[in-house]
Design a protein around this ligand. Sequence first.
Ligand code: G3P
Ligand code: MG
Length: 247
Amino acid sequence: MSCLPAWPYSPYIAHRNGGHLAPENTLAAMRVGAAHGFTMFEFDVKLSRDGIAFLLHDDTLDRCTDGHGPAGALDFGQIAQLDAGSWHSAGFAGEPPPSFAAIARFARANDLACNVEIKPCPGQEAETGAAVAQLCAHFWQDAAVPPLLSSFQESALAEARRVAPHMPRALLVDAIPADWAQRLAALEAVALNINHRDASAERVQAIHAAGYRVAAWTINEPGRARELLALGVDAIFTDNLAEIRPA
Ligand code: G3P
Ligand code: MG
């Protein structure tokens, strides 16, 4: 067995900060996740038109805010005026899309670990990877536990590696590609973050044997979560914060 890279993270990761309990990718969601005992949070980061990093999953504003159109077509000052909470429930009405800076500040103040998923607007892969990695190096300078940077976009991770080589990286994949080991080696990644449908004992063992950690997304059924952790998966992402959570 190869020597595995450091993994100073909880095996339970709150997906999009608060899973299904709160509006995704908000600060309120991170507070809800922390109140449920989570110490590790995954969220999606992209750039506004004026280059400010903020949290949003989709390419467009429509599903998770009261705005419309491409997320990268507005300055952050305009995005910050939007309501990213009402779509979820009235209790979160008025919750704004947060800047990455605000989320990092809250995480650091409360000793919460982060998986920063670089989720670029189309065509901004390299620019977003570089900007987010640079911000991570700044926000987490001197931190005992660095954030884990991940992305489906290899060009974003390659830029992250260039500007902040010491920040740990994970390649996100939906279907595991045949050449996963070469891709991880090229990115000097520490982990492969896989769709849980692709997880099996043989695959987890093979990834570990090659010297990489493995995390699986997104598991909302408690029995499946137990199964994956028993297989040796290093972490699972969940939206079901009420039933799948740290002891
Ligand atoms: O990082 C795990 C998971 O968040 C990847 O998929 O679409 O939820 O960002 P998605
Ligand atoms: Mg994500």
